[in-house]
Write a protein that binds this ligand. Structure first.
Ligand code: ADP
Ligand code: MG
Length: 304
């Protein structure tokens, strides 16, 4: 495409809320044959809500909330935000029932983010983990049959379960729902009519991922991927000769956004993802994946 055609398309994109960072992405997007979608915050609304909290030890609900709030306090993950909101309300309720005003909530020390699995930190003298089963396995925390039962019950309903361990023992868990974006299913269908296949690659577990994929009409699912795994799956597709786009919103998506021929970041996503991407979908609407490819097709065929 000529520099003028690129300029015209970039301007047109900007007016539509599709921010194209360079000519290169625009040159490649029309060739895209496969699009890899992240799940949380990309195919789903990304505003999860806590629907259940369960204790698996003798810890009180109050202490459980305090500890988990402290551990998640500095996390940017949508699950953390959902939990903080829910747990703070829950805690206020406990407080007002007791008419006391103990504020034990602090922030964790040695806070660490484990992309794709959860967070860890020290709350007082307690070592706290908040995240999925894989995080627990990394730290050799046993997940017993009762907890396994809780997890599978919720995962079958497309919910994600988060485990909380205190000093190496599971203290409790919570389940979150995150509805799919209303336009997701139609976009996947429309892409198929354009000759483009969609694949979901997520850090979340297989059961939840499969349930969500079914809701949006995606047949190919790869779950339980860490950030490098996501990027590797992009490379697998490229090795098969396909031009691949990646759509994601999280820190955990940035290696994949860089690896893809065309990286598209959800506008409401994290700064890291937005920086890693070639194209930013300002409105966070999946229909703009089609808009971006359309802009590229028109630029290359010089419709303008
Ligand atoms: P996705 O690839 O679907 O966007 P992520 O890679 O961000 O998902 O996260 C994968 C999983 O890791 C989540 O479903 C959750 O179980 C766990 N996880 C990640 N960060 C956190 C956190 N801050 N608190 C609790 N769980 C987390
Ligand atoms: Mg995400």
């Amino acid at each position: 495409a000529t520099p003028t055609a690129v300029m015209v398309a970039t301007g047109k994109g900007a007016s539509l809320g599709v921010l194209i960072k360079g000519g290169n992405a625009l040159e490649k997007a029309h060739k895209v044959k496969a699009i890899v979608f992240d799940k949380t915050g990309t195919l789903t609304v990304g505003k999860p809500e806590v629907v259940n909290v369960m204790l698996f030890s003798s810890v009180s609900m109050e202490d459980f909330c305090d500890v988990a709030i402290a551990a998640e306090a500095n996390s940017q993950h949508p699950i953390a935000k959902a939990f903080l909101e829910h747990a703070r309300k829950l805690r206020q309720k406990i407080e007002s029932n007791r008419q006391s005003n103990n504020q034990h909530v602090t922030e964790a020390k040695d806070f660490e983010v484990h992309p794709g699995t959860g967070v860890s930190g020290k709350v007082g003298d307690k070592m706290v983990l908040v995240g999925n089963k894989r995080l627990m396995q990394t730290y050799n925390v046993t997940v017993g049959p009762e907890i396994e039962g809780y997890i599978s019950e919720h995962e079958q309903q497309a919910r994600t379960c988060v485990l909380v361990s205190i000093d190496g023992k599971i203290a409790g868990a919570f389940a979150v729902t995150d509805p799919v974006k209303p336009e997701a299913k139609n976009v996947i269908l429309y892409l198929l009519s354009m000759g483009i296949s969609s694949i979901m690659v997520t850090g979340d577990n297989w059961a939840t991922a499969t349930a969500i994929a079914k809701e949006v009409g995606i047949e190919k699912v790869i779950a339980e991927m860490d950030p490098i795994g996501k990027a590797d799956r992009i490379k697998d597709l490229q090795m098969r000769g396909l031009t691949v786009a990646m759509v994601g919103d999280g820190i955990n998506d940035s290696p994949a956004l860089v690896a893809a021929d065309v990286g598209m970041a959800i506008g409401a996503g994290t700064d890291v993802a937005i920086e890693a991407a070639d194209i930013v979908l300002i409105k966070s609407n999946l229909e703009d994946v089609v808009t971006a490819i359309d802009l590229s097709r028109k630029t290359i065929s010089r419709i303008w």
